[in-house]
Structures are given as structure tokens and as C-alpha cells.
Write a protein that binds this ligand. Structure first.
Ligand code: MG
Ligand code: MG
Length: 259
């Protein structure tokens, strides 16, 4: 069942989403070679709680971290650890969820640590561009398949692959609600997009195979062929006035962040 939200609900989600956006910006600023992903987790938890939010991921099905931190060939769901130390040339996907006033915001970015090759920058830019195309597809009267087709179109035109086995999701009072939001598919198919629907749209793409491998820790998900992976995510509301991105710092827009 798809829960549609009132205008007041959307404002609450945006308040949670603002904390998510601030946290991601803080982590992107802070991350540098020599830091561990546990260091980043502690910075995130501090900011989230100081802002009146709760880190949604912490304790979710036993997940120990406040963020997911997934370097290089890891696609998503990395457990923050003092044994994972960032090095120049790494990329890192950081995923943050915040609950505030009973509503969740969920967003992710992939950042470069120091200098990375041009092809890697392209991977990141393409993933972000595919998310922006997907946001534009969030129009009343559209279909869920418009979103997946938008992502897939951008990603494959740039020579990268869309992960099939992981999807975005509805989000609201719970982190994971209906519907599933695939990152591939046919425009004009699937459920109708209606005002008040709120979706976490999260393309996950690779520079190789789209097949995945789940680590023995039960969380970390890697590319099966050790290709690099990128992940960007926003929480988006469908409104009569067009898509409203809820995971932004106030006054910001989804302009390309410099990569
Ligand atoms: Mg997320
Ligand atoms: Mg999500």
C-alpha cells in the first residue's frame, strides 16, 4: 500500500531531510585520507542528534552504524569501521537517514577522496545526473516506470551499468514503504504517480557488471567483478507543482555538486 502524505507531512519530511543534507555536506567536507569510516559515522551521529534528529539506520535490523559508508567496489550498506581507512584515490558512498517528528529523510552521495581518474569522475557524475533525470520524471500522472527509464537512459548512454537487484523505495513514517522504485524499466508502465507520494530514488551504478555479491557480514554489497560503484539518492515528493526534493539544505537546489 502506498501512503500519500499531506502538505504538513511533507514539511516534516523536509525538516528531517534538511538534517540529512547538512550531515552529508559535513561528511563530504570532513572526509580525507587517513580518516576511518567510523570517524565519519561519529561526526554524523553527533550532528544528527545535535539537530534534534535520530539516525534512522542505527539499530535497523541490527545495523550498528548511523550511516552506511561503502568504499570503491562496495555498492551500498557498508558498516562504519575503524579498520576502513580512506586513502587518496578512493571513492566513498555515504548514505544517511534521519528520523524527526515521526518522519524519515533518506539521501546518499558518492564522493572522491583526493584525486581520482577521469573515468571515475564520470561514473560519479553519471550517477548524479541519472538521479536528477529521475527527479524530473516525478510528475503527477506519470508512471513509476518513467523513473527507472530515466535512470537507465542516462546511465547506459554513458557506458555504465544499472544494478538490478537493489531498488529505491517509498519513504515516510517508515524508512521503507511501498512502492519499490527500480532504476531500470519502461516509461509509461507501472503504478501511476500521484500527488503526496514520497519516494527515495537511489540509482546504484557500476563501471562493469551489474551483478552483486553480498559479503559474509550480511550487509556489505559489492560488485561481483570488482568494478567501481556509485550511489546517489534523494527523497522526493510528487506534488501538483512538480517534484519537491526533500533532502536539501534550505534554499538549495539539485545543482550538480562539484565532483
Ligand atoms: Mg539511503
Ligand atoms: Mg534509501
Amino acid at each position: 500500500m502506498i501512503h500519500r502524505k499531506s502538505a504538513r507531512d511533507l514539511d516534516r519530511m523536509a525538516a528531517a531531510g534538511t538534517i540529512v543534507a547538512e550531515t552529508l555536506a559535513l561528511l563530504a567536507e570532513s572526509a580525507r585520507p587517513g580518516m576511518s569510516t567510523l570517524d565519519l559515522d561519529q561526526i554524523a551521529e553527533g550532528h544528527i542528534r545535535a539537530s534534534g534528529g535520530v539516525p534512522t539506520f542505527k539499530g535497523y535490523r541490527g545495523f550498528p552504524g548511523s550511516i552506511c559508508a561503502s568504499p570503491n567496489t562496495m555498492i551500498v550498506h557498508g558498516i562504519p569501521s575503524d579498520e576502513v581507512v580512506l586513502a587518496d584515490g578512493d571513492i566513498l558512498s555515504i548514505d544517511v537517514g534521519v528520523t524527526r517528528q515521526g518522519f524519515v529523510g533518506d539521501s546518499a552521495v558518492t564522493i572522491a577522496i583526493g584525486d581520482v581518474p577521469e573515468r571515475t569522475k564520470q561514473l560519479l557524475r553519471t550517477c548524479q545526473a541519472s538521479l536528477h533525470a529521475a527527479v524530473e520524471a516525478c510528475q503527477v500522472g506519470g508512471r513509476l516506470g518513467d523513473i527507472g527509464a530515466a535512470v537507465q537512459g542516462v546511465v547506459e548512454a554513458n557506458g555504465f551499468a544499472v544494478v538490478r537487484d537493489l531498488v529505491g523505495h517509498g519513504v515516510g513514517r517508515s524508512m521503507h514503504e511501498d512502492p519499490q522504485v527500480k532504476n531500470y524499466g519502461q516509461a509509461g508502465t507501472g503504478a501511476e504517480l500521484k500527488a503526496g507520494m514520497t519516494l527515495a530514488i537511489e540509482p546504484m551504478i557500476t563501471d562493469g557488471s551489474y551483478e552483486i555479491h553480498i559479503d559474509d557480514d550480511g550487509w556489505s554489497i559489492f560488485t561481483v567483478d570488482d568494478s567501481l560503484a556509485a550511489h546517489f539518492e534523494h527523497t522526493v515528493a510528487i506534488t501538483e507543482e512538480g517534484p519537491r526534493v526533500l533532502t536539501l539544505v534550505h534554499g538549495d537546489s539539485i545543482v550538480n555538486q562539484p565532483i
